[in-house]
Design a binder for this molecule. Structure first.
Ligand code: SER
Length: 326
């Protein structure tokens, strides 16, 4: 098989910054082009293009110049930030996606990846082990845009014979880059406070259970899904449910305290609580398990140990850097 030439849009974000690294390792630096609306340190390690994904002409030029064969479209305004300006969120989330779809169709790209989200679900779904085939009734503009985005993917697949693949990501937890304006961000922020020996004020109630996943598992899921033979995938599934972990802020605090016993958290819910209350507690991902053998590898304790170790290394490297510069 020829190696694909990959373009990642929104590569500077939480998923993109680590997915770019992973795909560069897999396919070679020369075959992975990171792009974002603003400069990112990814530019130091390989090909990088400034791209406003609302600019279809620029997108088209990049695809032609680099002979791109696959796109991972990671541009999006997430749930909490999205509510601050609903029409702008809709514009960016939908029109950037339609630009990618049109460009992929024009150049007959081999494959496209679209991240969907647990935000497609709403308060009327089964909350525990939310099934794949639920009625989708989201309450946020981000969720509305992801439902529409999934449907557009199915439309392009069936009408134009394209191969667009998608996952419904739960809250993603990573140490490499900050979370970007979502309702699940607390589960990243909490680790930074714990490692810095500071108390954490959580913006959700202590018993709000949400589906989550460690980034390493999310990346593996993405890479595995994109490699599966097309006949293994169910064309009736617009985006695969992806489960892994689920926990409450209190459970996460206790798991962190096993490693850092002095850590303390308080719970001060804000407007994000309403969004969290409309989402599932946990996800049924049996279709992903059956169709392409999805299996997460990180449980809560393993994730906490890894996050804390990695963040300690990161902060002590930053400290040595600033001492060296002083
Ligand atoms: N992490 C996202 C959010 O909170 C969910 O996909 O918006």
């Amino acid at each position: 098989m020829n190696k694909p030439v990959v373009l990642i849009t929104g590569a500077g974000g939480q998923i993109g910054s680590v997915l770019t690294e992973r795909l560069r390792l897999k396919w070679g630096k020369e075959n992975v082009i990171a792009s974002d609306i603003r400069w990112s340190p990814l530019a130091k390690e390989g090909s990088f293009e400034i791209l406003d994904a609302l600019d279809i002409k620029r997108l088209d030029d990049i695809v032609i110049t680099h002979k791109v064969t696959r796109i991972y479209h990671l541009v999006a305004i997430l749930s909490a930030n999205g509510e601050k300006d609903p029409l702008r969120t809709w514009d960016i989330n939908m029109n950037s996606w339609l630009n990618v779809l049109e460009t992929a169709k024009k150049h007959q790209l081999e494959r496209v990846f679209y991240p969907s989200s647990i935000a497609v679900f709403g308060p009327h779904n089964e909350r525990v082990q939310t099934p794949q085939n639920s009625n989708l009734n989201p309450t946020t503009v981000y969720g509305l845009s992801k439902v529409a985005g999934e449907n557009w993917a199915t439309y392009y697949n069936s009408k134009f014979g394209m191969d667009i693949r998608s996952l419904r990501f739960p809250g993603l937890i990573s140490y490499q880059s900050p979370a970007g304006g979502g309702t699940t961000d607390y589960a990243v922020d909490i680790f930074h406070k714990a490692v810095l020996s500071e108390p954490f004020a959580c913006f959700l109630k202590n018993d709000t259970r949400l589906p989550m996943l460690y980034m390493d598992d999310a990346l593996r899921a993405t890479i595995e899904l994109m490699q599966v033979h097309p006949t293994k995938l169910n064309p009736a599934i617009s985006s695969y449910n992806l489960g892994g972990l689920n926990f409450t802020p209190k459970e996460l605090t206790s798991a962190i305290q096993k490693v850092i016993p002095t850590f303390k958290a308080t719970y001060e819910p804000d407007s994000r609580q309403v969004i969290a209350d409309s989402w599932p507690d946990s996800i049924n991902d049996s279709d992903a398990q059956n169709d392409w053998n999805w299996k997460p590898q990180f449980d809560l304790d393993k994730m906490c140990v890894t996050m804390i170790e990695e963040l300690k290394k990161k902060y002590s490297a930053q400290m040595s850097d600033s001492i060296a510069k002083a």
